[in-house]
Design a protein around this ligand. Structure first.
Ligand SMILES: Nc1ncnc2c1ncn2[C@@H]1O[C@H](COP(=O)(O)OP(=O)(O)O)[C@@H](O)[C@H]1O
Ligand SMILES: Nc1ccn([C@@H]2O[C@H](COP(=O)(O)OP(=O)(O)O)[C@@H](O)[C@H]2O)c(=O)n1
Length: 213
């Protein structure tokens, strides 16, 4: 079974994908980490004319060992860099095979990101599109960063998330939209447990319908 989980920044898709993977005993790939690793690798080229070429080279050379430094990868600054490399078509192309290969695991997989249900796994068995109110998402991300000791300017974080969402939604190579057969799950008023219960109910119902049950 392949489960695709897409949604905007800090909507809770990673948390849900992790919970679904545990519940169904499936491997999980947070595809945002791939873009973040490429962004981090070219951070020093940020204002250079070589940014695009460096990002394409970094995406082509990416390997799993670069996905270990979770603290650096998941910082807000790396998120911005990730969304800047994510608009480069050849970066997306270079990361496509890694994600497809992961999805082809014989036991199935859970992948979360922006374009899983639309581009990476258009034939996924179950597609979830997660949404949550912008302020709720900002507050969740702020608390997540504060737990790690970061000092967070909520006003700046709110605008950074809005800007990143806009860049992702307008990305002509991005595929970031709700697939026609995706189930919308709004987690604004749900805590983590309730959101996971709702996601499991959607997966079970969809699989039962597919099996003719
Ligand atoms: N339904 C929820 N209610 C409250 N907090 C949540 C919920 N879902 C996720 N979180 C928290 O919000 C933060 C961002 O969640 P995460 O899964 O990393 O989002 P995403 O992968 O969409 O960026 C994490 O600290 C997570 O524990
Ligand atoms: N499948 C994906 C995953 C991430 N991305 C890009 O990578 C950035 C970081 O993704 P992420 O999922 O780690 O970000 P959060 O939603 O966790 O904040 C996004 O803002 C997108 O620009 C993408 O384009 N396609």
């Amino acid at each position: 079974m392949i489960i695709a989980v897409d949604g905007p920044a800090a909507s809770g898709k990673g948390t849900l994908a992790t919970g679904l993977a545990r519940h169904y005993g499936l491997p999980h790939l947070d595809t945002g980490l791939l873009y973040r690793a490429v962004g981090l690798a070219v951070a020093t080229y940020m204002d250079s004319t070589m940014f695009e070429a460096a990002a394409i080279a970094a995406a082509r050379a990416l390997d799993a060992t670069q996905l270990g430094d979770i603290e650096a990868l998941t910082s807000a600054e790396t998120g911005v860099l990730a969304s800047k490399v994510a608009v480069i078509a050849d970066v997306r192309k270079a990361l496509f095979d890694f994600q497809r290969q992961f999805a082809q695991n014989p036991v199935g997989a859970v992948l979360d990101g922006r374009d899983i249900g639309t581009v990476i796994c258009p034939d996924a068995d179950v597609k979830l599109f997660i949404r949550a109110d912008s302020k709720a998402r900002m507050e969740r991300r702020a608390r997540q960063l504060e737990k790690r000791g970061a000092v967070v300017d909520r006003y700046a974080l709110y605008h950074q998330i809005e800007e990143r969402d806009a860049r992702d939604m307008l990305n002509p190579h991005g595929g970031f939209y709700q697939a026609q057969d995706a189930h919308l799950l709004d987690t604004t008023l749900l805590d983590i447990e309730a959101a996971l219960r709702a996601a499991i109910a959607i997966v079970d119902r969809t699989m039962a319908l597919k099996a003719g049950g």
